[in-house]
Ligand binder design. Sequence first.
Ligand code: C5P
Length: 291
Amino acid sequence: MFSLKAYAKVNLHLFVRSKRKDGFHSLDTLFERISLADTVSFSSRKDGRIVFTCTDSRLPVDQGNLVVRSATLLKERFKVKQGATLRLSKRVPLGSGMGGGSSDAAATLMGLNRLWKLGLSRHQLCLLGARIGSDVPFFLYNCSFARGTGRGERIAPLALKRRICLWHIIIVPRINVSTPLIYREWDKQGAFRLTKPGFDATIMCLAVKKNDLAGIEQCLFNSLEPVTRNLYPEVGRIREKLCGLGLKLILMSGSGPAVFGLTRSKKEAVAVRKQLMLEEKAWCVFVARTV
Ligand code: C5P
């Protein structure tokens, strides 16, 4: 038996370019892996079955679950005789824009590759992972930051000369946001398509490499934030609240509704969390760092 952490992500920059013929959207994004994580544990079974349990009863335990879907895909594609017992301990809020489900899928692919001694390369795992979700390949790279293009599945890890550690305060309101709905709204609200970042993902990558918070501030951008905020005003309220607490680097992650603020230190993030937990009981608040 062994277990793997399935880390969450935030997008420091997410530019939606256009809608593709296959219905997905062409993106330019910078992913950051953060310390908030689920855990997936693996043990082998001789009876060939995939047995799945989860700490969160809201999640399906059949093929509707990305862990089960990934395990089944791998087992069928490589005609694996062995089975596996998979346990998911959930911490990353569901449907929050932090890639929890995709990360669980990636951890499952990596864990079963090891458990079943399949010897698959990262490239092979990424091909399978991209069939599960656009964010899965990012989590298959053991890296802190990566540029994502295509529909987000083409990954180029950022080469860093030294470790970069950013501190985040992350707020998740208790609303469910459907990613397909947000992209459909983006399609409808043509005006937002004209919203372009002042600085692109390349400039953001340079700012991150230099650990330059002022540079990062200029490049924080998410094409989907105005769309989600328009549908769910609570997202805008989180931004205003963080702003009121003196934070400057604020952005929604993915299709939302999680909103994060970057702080100069862990101490500052912890102080903001303390304040928010007193004042806003309906929000989930996390402190996380780059991993
Ligand atoms: O790939 P993933 O499962 O994350 O995508 C969920 C949904 O989000 C897709 O079915 C699609 O509607 C939308 N999406 C998109 N363009 C992307 C990623 C996701 O339109 N690049």
